[in-house]
Ligand binder design. Structure first.
Ligand SMILES: [Zn+2]
Length: 238
């Protein structure tokens, strides 16, 4: 199959189906696009490039520099094709993401299934985490029929599907988390506190949801409004 892959910073977008390839616009082979450049070739007016060139959208993230996480993917809630991608990618947890502002959500709206894959964190890029990412990309390529395989199988057939609750910092200060990654929390459990430089507690963060810690801000200082952590709550299987 004439598979086309476009790399944009940490974004991989696939055009695998004849419908997209048949338009004949993207050059064959990989195309390197500098960050901040649009995916649309320069001789075309802009438009919905995702719709025009791609059947599948993978947004590969390594966690933020000040973020530690359990590997997970995010998919637009209600998109079965995107959940199938998350299953194929093979990370053990899939977050059903709602709301606006996600590129995967914009892609979903125009009929392009997609996921964000989060692996590693704190700016680390060891062999293991990079390997986990590339193995996921290969499994998705096999899933789409772009490569024949064999590929390394995922550790599980389906990921655990969760919703995520993310409390923002109510004040600026120093962040002292109380829970480790993966640690289960009950609703009402203390997730951490924000103190001033003299140790005075400015805010405590009780969990609104039962679940477990999926990611966590690792920097000491935090600005008001920044995400402190994510609590994952397993969704009941239908
Ligand atoms: Zn991310």
């Amino acid at each position: 199959m004439d598979a086309k892959v476009v790399f944009l910073s940490s974004i991989v977008a696939f055009a695998a189906a004849p419908s997209a390839v048949g338009q004949g616009v993207p050059p064959s082979g990989g195309v390197m696009v500098p960050p901040d450049s649009p995916l649309v070739p320069p001789d075309l007016s802009s438009g919905s490039e995702l719709e025009r060139y791609n059947d599948t959208y993978l947004d590969l993230h390594g966690g933020d520099l000040d973020e530690a996480l359990v590997p997970f993917s995010l998919f637009p809630n209600g998109s079965e094709a995107s959940l199938a991608l998350a299953s194929a990618f093979g990370l053990s947890i899939a977050v059903a993401a709602g709301g606006e502002g996600y590129t995967i959500n914009a892609a979903h709206k125009i009929g392009v299934p997609g996921i964000i894959a989060e692996v590693s964190g704190n700016g680390l890029w060891g062999e293991e985490s990079v390997g986990e990412m590339t193995a996921g990309v290969e499994r998705v390529m096999k899933h789409l029929g772009m490569i024949p395989g064999p590929v390394t199988p995922a550790a599980q057939e389906r990921p655990q599907v969760v919703r995520m609750w993310v409390p923002p910092a109510p004040v600026s200060g120093l962040w002292y988390p109380a829970q480790e990654l993966s640690e289960p929390v009950a609703a009402g459990a203390q997730l951490g506190e924000i103190r001033d430089v003299f140790g005075k507690v400015l805010a405590t963060i009780p969990s609104q949801m039962p679940g477990f810690i999926l990611y966590r801000l690792t920097s000491l200082s935090v600005n008001k409004g920044e995400a402190l952590l994510g609590v994952a709550t397993p969704m009941v299987e239908k």
